[in-house]
Design a protein around this ligand. Sequence first.
Ligand code: SAM
Length: 283
Amino acid sequence: MSTCGTLYVVATPIGNLDDISARALRVLREVALIAAEDTRHSQRLLQHFGIGTPLAACHEHNERDQGGRFIGRLLAGEDVALISDAGTPLISDPGFHLVRSARAAGIAVVPVPGACALIAALSAAGLPSDRFIFEGFLPAKALGRRQRLEALREEPRTLLFYEAPHRLLESVEDMLAVFGPERPALLARELTKTFETLKGLPLAELREFIAADSNQQRGECVLLVGGWQAPEGEEAISVESLRVLDLLLAEMPVKRAAALAAEITGVRKNLLYQAALERQGKA
Ligand code: SAM
């Protein structure tokens, strides 16, 4: 039987302290040590719940170096809890290296789920939630941000982004430029807190809403954008399929390229043939 301790990955609230689970409180009380992103911040949380478990720092700057210390305690049989400043650790928060090292060392890693801003936003957004992608934070610089958004232009799944309040407006403006004014979107701001706002509008209107009220550019926020949909009545060919077609067109006659591209991409041959003629200026 293993004598190792267990690493618990514990979600904490993203605003409303009532969102902590009974199980999270029990685990935080019972473990030998809590690895926290910011010990001073987490000390206040623990104090609020009357928990006296010792804390040790585990943030992005020391996680790789200090990870060994936590692994040592776990291997010695002690239980450790990992928490971040808010929400679920590892979700745009530290913890990945520690969890990976623990698993590699054969230590049991147990999630204690709870609040997560992206899931809370998605659950109330009314945008398709059967398939979605989480993009974390967009690059801070305009060029990088545009490039990332361009790569997502024809992404059919609902898109989720975390964004800093001072970059919210410029990010929405870039989304408007790339995805177009009609794309449904939603701003989920200050979730679970006093000034919680969920505003769902097409991107052009959402931009106006944010620009017109500086309060909307404060606090924490999640941005959601509906996935790309092929224009009605048109069977669209994705950028990726057109790239395959272009590569083949450079090597072989139109008919053969369209047939092969159809086999590779699953797009109808006639559609690709038509697109190939257009690309060669013959249509
Ligand atoms: N681990 C956290 C989670 O599970 O959601 C995310 C941590 S990340 C460093 C912080 C970002 O999450 C914020 O900039 C914001 O985009 C989002 N966020 C966190 N709390 C939020 C809240 N109460 N309302 C809206 N967004 C929030």
